[in-house]
Each structure stands twice: as structure tokens, then as C-alpha cells.
Write a protein that binds this ligand. Structure first.
Ligand code: 6R9
Length: 646
């Protein structure tokens, strides 16, 4: 299966913007002459004032700095909206599909979207927001999420979108970290027929974090209590606001947004992206990866709470003049056919989703797919985690009826946009491989222990050797942490945290995280975050969390918990702890397995041997390795003997 090769289909080879030769030639140029390459690519943006320098970057400790298009002035919101008004003002920008197919859908043209964004931008100003202020956005997948983000960008405010599935505590932590005093939310969210109490969550978060203003969108119409002097309804605050709002002149390196993501240690990091490089990078990758032409119907099924929803729902598609589907719901509601019904309803040509959704649908059988037409589909995309060859094959054969190439795009919150990915008219596909680097990306594979560069067909730690325009610029409020997290382990390189294999054809195969990050349904979870939530419970003495293989989610969460002396490790407590984590962080952090551990395997210096815990979680007892360095080898026998059946 993994040896299979799917050559570029003939119709694509002849018509795509980037064919095989163009890829080779452009890639070479981007590496040999980055200045020239990026100077030309930057012309896709309307600059208010031209930049002086294209690239001014160094990953070296003594001279560490990253600046792109220095001196250039622009506004990314104007690039996403204003510049289309003359040419495609009446083209639909957003085709909004509600959770419940029997509820009314909504369409917004570029002209309408522009007006809404301006009104909300003026409303933000009226609520005291100015350039550089942080605005927390906690909204479901409704057009207002994109409107709020673009409105921030228009006035130079820095948005921090928090996924609407996160708990009040997680929300409060993110509000506090970036000291944002305004939160934009909705009365409730709707997903798969269930309501999510967003306003109530914000109220709870406001008990922990200092917030002056909460703007509340009336979405389901639920009657939510409003706090006098703090809460204001979206409708009221935009009422009477002008549909004109001059875009703020932003420096290329002015912050655009903060997005919190999990790392291997400590609290989630506020990944900060700036304006100019991000605009060039996301718009370029979107155009080439999806061979995108203005007006084609495009659907990226990611939530705006994740980076994919930032780059490939809100920013790049609008910059590129897209008509896009924005979907509030889930793939299996009202039934497992929903994705494909929506594809047919809007004649979607390009569809981009995560492997976890595909695996869940695959399990339900082909009929849910084959009962729909999908004849409009031309190109399929995958993002968020490695796509196993089986799911790739199903996506290709059943969903795309063998006619649609699959672009398996590897990238990260930190990279802003697609880094290693096939281009549909240029790359022969190998199921499970993200294939070749995007223009300007110089990957290398290092020996994980020695840090030496490995050549040819090999495997090891994936690093990037030079800067690209869409790279994150700092961890909000902690520049040292930015350097330490990504540039200290392998000096001179950006370390991705991923392992990979490179084959004899130079194709990259991402094998998953090699740090303490687990990828649950394409969402990043730091094991440390789940551990710290567990030990906050008054009966828990210690916890260790590892990933375990999971058929649908890719990885599941396996928690080992040592309770305080005298505590009875009952089934009730087990369930209580699982619910506790769910409440502390959010449903995506719910442990799949929670095993009580009278002791954890530790070295004599007290370091938890996660390698052993991973093996037990994987149910691979034959391979526990050397346990002789453990302080008490007996704990391993106990864990093995009492491992719950999964
Ligand atoms: C865009 C996004 C990043 C991590 C990344 C890697 C995994 C993403 C992948 C993939 C294999 C792909 N990942 N895309 N692994 N193939 N096509 O998902 O960002 O949420 O920050 O996650 O996801 O492990 O390091 P983010």
C-alpha cells in the first residue's frame, strides 16, 4: 500500500498553475535567491508603502532575529476585502451552512462582508479597542467569527481566538496571559444538535480573569443573563455604526494575532504571528496548494479556533477572492452523509479536512458517501495529523472516485501555512506522505541524539534550516521561551517537534511528534497540561500522561494516576477524574483510559520513564526495554498486571 504511487492526473498536469517543471524551477530559485523569489511573490499583496528589505533573519543564538518585508506597510483586512470590491463585490464570499440542515443558511457577498466587518470594527473602537489591544474571540463557526477577526485586523487589534470547545478555566488562562480586557462571544454554540453554553462559560471565566467588556452575539436566541456595565449585545453595539472604516496602516512586523497552542512543557504558548510575511505566505500557499482560482467553491472544514481556520478559512481564501463554505456543524449530524450533502448543495470543488473525521466516516460504510453525487469535487486536502494509507485510499477511491488528487499538507500553528505538501499539478502522490517542501522551505533530518544532519534516505528529527515568511515571531510575552522551545535543542535550526522519514525520492513522511505532545483528532494536547489538571484534584498525588494508538482519533489519552495515601481507588473516583479533566481543559482532553498506579516507574533521580508508560499504553508488553535503572522495578509489574482492557 505505502509503495503505491499515483501520478499527477493528465488533466491536472496540463492545466495547473504549477506543473512539475515549474515546481522544480521555482523551488530552486526560492532556495538560491530567496530575496528575488519573495520580492516577486510579495507583489500579490497591496502594500500601502513598499518594504525596504525582503528577508532579515538569523536562527543563531547570538544574533537571533526574524523580520520579513521590513518597512512595508499594509492592512491584511483590506487585502482580504477592499481590493475585491470593484472586481467581485457581488460575488459570494461566505456560504454559511448551519448545524441543522433545516435551519436557514446564509450567504454574504464581498460587499456585504466588507460592510459587516467595517461596522464591527467601528463597534470595537466604540468599545475602547485600539491598535495593539488584544481581543479574545470565543465564537462558534458563524460568519461573525470571521467578521470579528477581520475587524480586529482592520483596526490593528490583535485577536486571540479561543476554540469554543475549551472550558472556562482554559479560556480564563488565555484571557489572562495576553491581558485582553474584551471578549467577543455568543449566547450559545450549536454542534451536532447540542448547545454549548458559551456565554455561561465566559461568565465563569470572568470570575478568574479581569474583563471589562463582553460582546454577545445572539445566535441561538437563548435567554442569557447580561451583566450591567460589562455585557453588550452584538446587535446593539453595531447598530448605528458606519459601514466605512478606514483600515489602519500596519507595519509588516506588527502583530496580527495570538493563537494558543500546546507544547511539551508548561502552559499553552501564545504563538504570535505578524502581518506582512503571514499575508504573503498564506495567500501564496493557498493559491498553489489548492491551485486556487478566484470564485471556485472551496471548503476548509476546520474550526476558526485552530490555525487551519485562521490561515485557510479567514485569511488566505478571502485574500485570494474565494467563495467558501463555512460550516457550523459536525460530519455525522444529522447523519454520516452530511459532509457530502453539503458538498453537493454548494457544488464544492475543493475540500480540505482532517484525517480523524475521515476515519470516523470511513467506519460507517461507503453508502453514506456513494448516495451523494460529489461530481463537483476536483481536489481533496488533508491536514492535522498523519493520514494513514488506509484512510488515504478511502478518501481517494470512495470520496474522490479516483479523479481528485489529495494534498496532504504538513504544517503547524507555528509555521502559519503549509510547509511540506504535494501540489496537485506537480507531485506524484504517495499515500501517507506529505511529499515535498513548499517554496522557500528548507527541511533537514537530524540524528535526534547527536543533532547531526542526515543525508539521503533516512529518518530522524524534522527541522527547518532557514526562515520563511509565515514563521511565528515570538511566544507572546516570553521571547526567551520562543528561542528555548524551538531553537535551542538543535542550534541554528527550527525544531518542529516531529519525527520523519525521507525516502529515496526525497519524499517526507511525517511520523508524528517526538516530544511530549499528543495529537488527539488533529488537536494538540501537551501531556503536561493534562497532568497538571489531574494533580489539581485534591485526591491526586501524581499523574503521568502518554499517548496511545486510537483507531479514530489517531492518538488517545492514557493517564496514570497515583492517588493520595488512604484514598480508595474506586470506579467512581476514576470516572470523577475523567470528568474533572474534561471540565478543567475541555472535552478534547478527556482521558480515554485512566489507570490507577500505586507507583510510577522512575529512575533513581526521580525522572518518570515515559518510554515504559507508552509501551504499556500501547499494550506492547514484550517491548518494555531495560527496566533495571528503575528505582523500583516492581511498579512496572503492577502496572502491566492491572492494565485495563482496551
Ligand atoms: C496545521 C496544524 C501541528 C502538528 C504537527 C504534526 C501534525 C499536521 C500533518 C501532521 C502529519 C500532516 N500534523 N499536519 N502530521 N501529516 N499533514 O495541524 O497545526 O494544530 O499546530 O498541529 O500536527 O505533528 O507538528 P497544529
Amino acid at each position: 500500500m505505502s509503495d503505491a504511487l499515483f501520478p499527477v492526473p493528465e488533466d491536472w498536469a496540463g492545466s495547473a498553475k504549477i506543473d512539475r517543471e515549474t515546481y522544480e524551477q521555482k523551488y530552486r530559485r526560492s532556495i538560491e535567491d530567496p530575496e528575488g523569489f519573495w520580492r516577486e511573490e510579495a507583489q500579490r499583496i497591496d502594500w500601502i508603502a513598499p518594504f525596504d528589505t525582503v528577508k532579515d533573519t538569523s536562527f543563531d543564538r547570538d544574533d537571533f532575529h526574524i523580520s520579513w518585508f521590513t518597512g512595508g506597510k499594509l492592512n491584511i483586512c483590506a487585502n482580504a476585502l477592499d481590493r475585491h470590491l470593484d472586481t467581485r463585490g457581488d460575488q459570494v464570499a461566505i456560504l454559511w451552512e448551519p448545524d441543522d440542515p433545516s435551519s436557514p443558511d446564509r450567504k454574504l457577498t464581498y460587499r456585504e462582508l466588507h460592510a459587516e466587518v467595517c461596522r464591527f470594527a467601528n463597534a470595537l473602537k466604540a468599545n475602547g479597542v485600539s491598535k495593539g489591544d488584544r481581543v479574545t474571540i470565543y465564537l462558534p463557526m458563524v460568519p461573525e467569527a470571521a467578521i470579528a477577526m477581520l475587524a480586529c485586523a482592520r483596526i490593528g487589534a490583535v485577536h486571540s481566538v479561543v476554540f469554543a470547545g475549551f472550558s472556562p478555566d482554559a479560556l480564563a488562562g488565555r484571557i489572562e496571559d495576553c491581558q485582553s480586557t474584551i471578549v467577543v462571544t455568543a449566547d450559545e454554540g450549536l454542534r451536532g444538535g447540542k448547545t454549548i453554553p458559551l456565554k455561561a462559560n465566559v461568565d465563569a471565566a470572568c470570575e478568574k480573569a479581569h474583563v471589562d467588556t463582553v460582546i454577545v452575539l445572539e445566535h441561538t436566541g437563548a435567554n442569557v443573563p447580561m451583566v450591567d456595565g460589562r455585557d453588550v449585545s452584538w446587535a446593539d453595539t453595531v447598530a448605528g455604526q458606519s459601514a466605512d472604516c478606514e483600515p489602519e496602516v500596519m507595519d509588516a512586523e506588527d502583530p496580527l494575532f495570538i493563537l494558543y497552542t500546546s507544547g511539551s512543557t508548561g502552559k499553552p504558548k501564545g504563538v504570535l504571528h505578524t502581518t506582512g510575511g503571514y499575508a504573503v505566505w498564506t495567500s501564496m500557499t493557498h493559491e498553489y496548494v489548492f491551485d486556487y482560482r478566484p470564485g471556485q467553491v472551496y471548503w476548509c472544514a476546520a474550526d476558526v479556533g485552530w490555525v487551519t481556520g485562521h490561515s485557510y478559512v479567514v485569511y488566505a481564501p478571502f485574500m485570494n477572492g474565494a467563495t467558501q463554505v463555512m460550516f457550523e456543524g459536525v460530519p455525522n449530524f444529522p447523519d454520516h452523509s452530511r459532509f457530502w450533502q453539503v458538498v453537493d448543495k454548494y457544488a464544492v470543488e475543493i475540500f480540505y479536512a482532517a484525517p480523524t473525521a475521515l476515519r470516523a466516516l470511513m467506519r460507517e460504510g461507503d453508502e453514506y458517501v456513494t448516495q451523494t453525487s460529489r461530481k463537483s469535487l476536483r481536489l481533496l486536502g488533508s491536514v492535522g495529523e498523519p493520514i494513514n494509507p488506509e484512510a488515504w485510499d478511502w478518501y481517494h477511491r470512495v470520496v474522490g472516485e479516483r479523479r481528485c488528487p489529495i494534498v496532504d499538507t504538513w504544517w503547524q500553528t507555528e509555521t502559519g501555512g503549509a510547509m511540506i505538501t504535494p501540489l496537485p499539478g506537480a507531485t506524484d502522490l504517495k499515500p501517507g506522505s506529505a511529499s515535498k517542501p513548499m517554496f522557500g522551505v528548507k527541511p533537514a533530518v537530524l540524528d535526534p541524539e547527536k543533532g547531526t544532519v542526515l543525508e539521503g534516505a533516512t529518518s530522524g528529527a524534522l527541522v527547518i534550516t532557514d526562515s520563511w515568511p509565515g514563521q511565528m515571531r515570538t511566544v507572546y510575552g516570553d521571547h526567551q521561551r520562543f528561542f528555548d522551545t524551538y531553537f535551542s535543542q538543535y542550534p541554528g535550526y527550527y525544531f518542529t517537534g516531529d519525527g520523519c522519514r525521507r525516502d529515496e525520492d526525497g519524499y517526507y513522511w511525517i511520523t508524528g511528534r517526538i516530544d511530549d505532545v499528543i495529537n488527539v483528532s488533529g488537536h494538540r494536547m501537551g501531556t503536561a497540561e493534562v497532568e497538571s489538571a489531574l494533580v489539581e484534584h485534591h485526591l491526586v498525588a501524581e499523574a503521568a500522561v502518554v499517548g496511545m494508538p486510537h483507531d479514530i482519533k489517531g492518538q488517545g489519552i492514557y493517564a496514570y494516576v497515583t492517588t493520595n495515601a488512604g484514598t480508595e481507588d474506586s470506579e467512581e473516583l476514576r470516572m470523577e477524574l475523567v470528568q474533572w479533566v474534561r471540565k478543567e481543559i475541555g472535552p478534547i482532553a478527556t482521558p480515554d483510559v485512566l489507570q490507577f498506579a500505586p507507583g510510577l516507574p522512575k529512575t533513581r533521580s526521580g525522572k518518570i520513564m515515559r518510554r515504559i508508560l507508552r509501551k504499556i499504553a500501547e499494550n506492547d508488553m514484550s517491548n518494555l526495554g531495560d527496566t533495571s535503572t528503575l528505582a523500583d522495578p516492581g511498579v512496572v509489574d503492577d502496572l502491566v498486571a492491572n492494565r485495563p482492557q482496551t
